[in-house]
Design a protein around this ligand. Structure first.
Ligand code: MN
Ligand code: MN
Length: 301
């Protein structure tokens, strides 16, 4: 079972510039083929489906532990999208009657939005879809029943996810989007190394030698570099459960890139309060119900 902490792991900037295009780009990291929905559901199902776990316990613990961490990633990415969408349309004040001549189309600013569902099917919020507005699908889940194959898949998935993060970073300079991407690059980097090491333990192959994929260090991205240099976030595997006792059989030794020691900790990841965002009032457009119309029907009744 999962226990939730009502905190998010990404420290967002104090203020966010509304940015529907950046929100659409970040959707790729949530519901794209290589997004957080995919990593979450792949590892979750692989952990449920894991047979022979008494013999292969360290691998079961690792996959289960990373699955739990991915939950915090869909959470953080969703908040990034919500922050970016806040204020992208005209905001009416619900407590005041609509002004004469007020804009009768408060969503018009987003008539050409890349993802119209942000405005037409939700209250300007994150949805489980990619940057093209295609909904995430369970077809993205791979759970073969063969541990070596699943670990290879997971390694590939994390490397593909890393490429996606880098390209989203390149497609927007919005600091809120980049705060999320920087964090995910670091933690995704942990998962790349974790699956590489799991394959090494299982097979003896030197998978770490082919890192990084793509060939660029996280330290090139200022938001990621800060987390690696100040917090050592690229070396830490957080115990997501006290039951996963064998993580250190895989997560140990030097980090393949900078040689820093890999550590498993019982400490919680740093948490920050989840943003409490204003309501979006547009369902009442063009304003409050016309008092004349209300009186007409009240009299009729
Ligand atoms: Mn992730
Ligand atoms: Mn991951």
């Amino acid at each position: 079972m999962i226990f939730r902490h009502d905190q998010i792991t990404v420290k967002f900037p104090e203020t966010t510039t509304p940015d529907a295009k950046a929100a659409a780009a970040v959707q790729e990291l949530l519901g794209g083929k290589f997004g957080e929905m995919s990593t979450l559901m792949n590892y979750t199902f692989q952990s449920f489906n894991f047979r022979g776990r008494s013999k292969l316990r360290p691998f079961y613990d690792l996959i289960s532990n990373i699955a739990a961490e991915e939950y915090s990633h869909i959470e953080a990415v969703s908040y990034a999208i919500n922050l970016l969408l806040s204020g992208t349309t005209t905001r009416a004040d619900r407590n005041k009657p609509a002004k004469k001549g007020a804009d009768p189309a408060p969503l018009k600013d987003q008539e050409d939005a890349r993802i119209s569902s942000h405005f037409l099917n939700s209250g300007q919020t994150a949805l489980p879809m990619d940057s093209m507005g295609r909904f995430w699908t369970g077809e993205n889940v791979f759970s073969s029943g063969n541990l070596k194959l699943d670990l290879l898949h997971n390694f590939f998935l994390e490397c593909g996810a890393r490429a996606g993060k880098i390209r989203v970073y390149e497609s927007t300079d919005n600091p809120t989007a980049r705060a999320a991407v920087g964090y995910l690059l670091v933690r995704g980097g942990v998962h790349v190394v974790a699956y590489a090491k799991a394959l090494e333990v299982l097979t003896g192959a030197n998978v770490g030698a082919i890192l990084p994929i793509p060939d660029v260090s996280n330290k090139k991205f200022p938001e990621a570099r800060k987390l690696e240099e100040n917090e050592g976030l690229h070396t830490i595997m957080y115990h997501q459960s006290k039951d996963y006792t064998q993580l250190s059989k895989i997560w140990n030794g030097p980090h393949p890139e900078d040689g820093k020691p890999l550590v498993v900790t019982d400490e919680l990841p740093k948490g920050y309060p989840a943003p409490d965002l204003d309501m979006e009032p547009q369902l009442a457009a063009p304003g409050d119900i016309d008092p004349g119309m209300l009186k007409y029907y009240a009299d009729k009744l």
